[in-house]
Design a protein around this ligand. Structure first.
Ligand SMILES: NC(=O)c1ccc[n+]([C@@H]2O[C@H](COP(=O)([O-])OP(=O)(O)OC[C@H]3O[C@@H](n4cnc5c(N)ncnc54)[C@H](O)[C@@H]3O)[C@@H](O)[C@H]2O)c1
Length: 396
């Protein structure tokens, strides 16, 4: 099998911190050829570290390299500009989350990918984490019965949260009710070096077409785990036969169904193996009185820590799609739907808790605001792709 030439665009916290170390471990599939960042110091530093060529703009990158795949890890507001440019150059794309900041810009990137016949995968990582893959197996095995309600409170939010809620509900979203509040916080810099001076808090209640519902509470300060926010989190999935609380799976023994029906907690066991000095997860298994549910790590041959598995999974998914000419596992339609749900929740909050139904058919005020503040900050319209790729989008 020939290896795929890959370049990373955006060597910031996510790109340099999480993606490059994983690309370097997937040597049988990828040949890392370049690191591109508009910040010359970042491009040079990481290109040197990985022994590849640095570039400070994507025009030079595609002019000088034969690329199969690009890993886009620039800030979200720049995804569509860089994504459309790479699609026009015929390069397959793995794009960090969110797909883009608004639906018109997502549609622009999707159109460019389609017109150029390139694959577009969204690097949605939450559901790809071993724990979540395992819980998906538990639900598929009917251990808790039909899923009725999902609570993700003080966990991930925004597009990530919507992705998780939709997956766990197993249905398509019908409507969302959002409550939003912004309040000041003292200036802080969180563990990921993000600045915060306000807390943008949201509560979302979502109804799905299969009768499942979901409740999510989230804020940037909760996400940052700062100021004591998110000190406790609730991740609970209520089914017709049982409940998943965190990683504990509650089911009621058959002979107790009519005498209190108290749930008994079963906890999964992780088995690890040593791969080239790295403690690698081999499987997560749950032993119940009448069945065993096991998730086997399909990437156990690679020296990946548990936290790196989701990123490796994304990178291998786009590789498989390119090599076999199949659809990526988390394609643009799913990434767009996550952002649609997230935008709708915020729109509902902005419209004083008006319930919003799906699909969104016109530009929301929320997106109009995003487009306006983009133009104000960067001096060109958000649809101006040429100007976008040459703009430095700073850390936020
Ligand atoms: N999936 C996740 O869990 C997760 C977590 C964190 C961040 N992210 C996503 O990853 C992306 C990057 O976030 P981050 O926190 O690493 O941001 P960052 O600001 O730390 O890094 C972005 C990099 O892009 C570079 N850049 C800016 N404009 C550019 C341009 N026009 N051309 C080339 N390079 C440019 C910057 O110099 C910077 O080095 C965002 O889309 C973010 O939403 C995802």
């Amino acid at each position: 099998m020939s290896k795929l030439n890959i370049a990373l665009v955006g060597a910031g916290r996510r790109g340099a911190g999480a993606h490059l170390p994983v690309i370097a471990k997937l040597k049988d599939v990828y040949n890392l050829v370049a690191v591109c960042d508009i910040d010359e110091a970042a491009a040079t530093r990481y290109a040197k570290e990985y022994g590849v060529t640095p570039y400070t703009n994507v025009r030079d990158l595609v002019a000088h390299e034969e690329l199969d795949v690009v890993d886009i890890t620039v800030p979200g507001v720049a995804h569509h500009a860089i994504g459309c440019f790479m699609a026009d150059a015929g390069v397959h794309i793995l794009c960090e989350t969110p797909i883009t900041v608004t639906l018109p810009t997502a549609d622009l990137m999707i159109e460019h990918a389609k017109a150029n016949n390139v694959k577009l995968e969204i690097a949605e990582n939450y559901y790809r984490a071993p724990r979540e893959r395992f819980l998906s197996k538990v639900i598929e095995a009917d251990v808790i019965g039909e899923v009725a309600r999902i609570y993700r409170i003080f966990y991930e939010g925004g597009h990530h949260g919507m992705s998780m809620l939709r997956l766990r509900a197993g249905g398509a979203p019908k409507s969302v009710l959002g409550i939003t509040q912004t309040s000041p916080v003292i200036p802080i810099i969180d563990r990921m070096k993000r600045d915060h001076t306000s807390e943008r808090w949201s509560l979302g209640f979502i109804e799905f077409d299969n009768n499942a519902t979901a409740l999510m509470v989230y804020s940037n300060v909760i996400h940052a785990r700062s100021l004591g926010r998110g000190q406790t989190g609730i991740s609970q999935i209520d089914g017709s036969k049982g409940t998943i609380v965190g990683e504990a799976i509650y089911v009621t023994p058959a002979d107790e169904l009519e005498s209190g029906a108290k749930g008994v907690a079963y906890r999964p066991k992780r088995t690890t193996i040593d791969v080239d000095g790295t403690n690698v997860i081999d499987n997560i298994s749950l032993e119940l009185p009448e069945q065993i549910v096991t998730w086997e790590n399909p990437l156990k041959n690679y020296p990946l820590s548990e936290g790196q598995i989701a990123v490796a999974d994304e990178l291998l998914s786009i590789a498989t799609a390119v090599l076999n000419d199949t659809e990526p596992e988390y394609g643009a339609a799913l990434g767009r739907q996550d952002q649609e749900m997230n935008i709708a929740m915020n729109e509902s909050g902005n419209r004083s808790k008006e319930t919003i139904t799906f699909p969104l058919t016109e530009l929301t005020e929320t997106e109009r605001g995003t487009h306006e503040s983009y133009q104000q900050q960067y001096g060109h319209p958000i649809e101006d792709l040429e100007a976008g790729i040459d703009t430095f989008f700073p850390r936020r």
